[in-house]
Design a protein around this ligand. Sequence first.
Ligand SMILES: Nc1nc2c(ncn2[C@@H]2O[C@H](COP(=O)(O)OP(=O)(O)OP(=O)(O)O)[C@@H](O)[C@H]2O)c(=O)[nH]1
Ligand SMILES: [Mg+2]
Length: 327
Amino acid sequence: MAYMSSAQPAFGAVNSGFSFGSAVSETKSAPKTEITNKPQIPPLDFIPLLEKQWRIMDWSEEAKETLMESVRSFKPASESVTEARVLLIGPVGAGKSSFISSVQSVFSGRVVNRAMVGSSSSTSFTKKLRSFSIRGAGEKADEPTALVMCDVMGVGEGEITGLTLHDALSVIKGHAPEGHQFSPDQPVGVETVGYARKPSVTDKVHCVVFVVDASKVGSYAKSFGTTFQQLREHISNLGVHQVALLTHVDQVCKTTGSDVTNVYRSLAVQQTMVKAGALLGMATSYIVPVKNYCSELDLDENVDILLLKAVDHILQYVNLYFQDNSD
Ligand SMILES: Nc1nc2c(ncn2[C@@H]2O[C@H](COP(=O)(O)OP(=O)(O)OP(=O)(O)O)[C@@H](O)[C@H]2O)c(=O)[nH]1
Ligand SMILES: [Mg+2]
């Protein structure tokens, strides 16, 4: 296979043009409008909210409890598998580790840093394959849910070292051992310590979740799109369903940042979802927005609901894998 060669190139290439830029500070008066021939795009703060949510969300406490219970009681639709393995894949700094920590925070009842989160830098903070089983807290501390989230190195841009296509597929097929340290010069192979030659269905990944940063969707290198679509083709051939998370929505819409219940009324978020769909070659119905816990010390019930809704979305596609492979 072409992607089995030893020196594995990093995904992606040079940075391209469009960026959302930084959020504009909130002011009482409208911004001064320069007279130019360019179409005027209002600053993010001034993009009005839609009258109606474009996806129906229930933000009540009961809705949160129902979602938590459905994750706690989730069982893979398979007799031989007790845990669903979900792999998070995406550019460096997109919020993969943050999502794992955020979901664990919801179940822990406090903000925890389970999967180690980096800062938004150019090289991947996560270097190893780590699998995290989401657990309850308090009396339920010994009760792991059937959800295991696998964290890997981010996909790099251009010269930046990152996860290779070959290594991503090795993880999905279940060959890569837990704790494997990714190195583009040493692709996962039979000589890798702990390499699983004949992985069982429990070692394999049952759903792949692409994670992209909403504030960077417009500025990701064009080659990322090619990479993601190439990856999706290979993953689909393995019979594994894919969904996507759009993180950092708080940074593309200030109103959503201060109150996430506005997320499905935000035109800025809606437009970013469309861009993310184009980048990933994915219909927007597969994509859900999230806001990860990053600087907060306390949980917010609405942020929890958005995170739980994302988990619920992922689990639906996990079960499609087992339904497709039931015979
Ligand atoms: N504002 C905001 N910041 C976020 C969000 N998600 C992640 N971050 C921040 O983005 C930075 C990178 O997050 P990580 O979770 O380490 O990203 P990653 O995808 O695991 O990155 P690598 O392991 O380096 O590939 C951290 O500073 C996070 O706090 C989000 O939804 N909103
Ligand atoms: Mg990480």
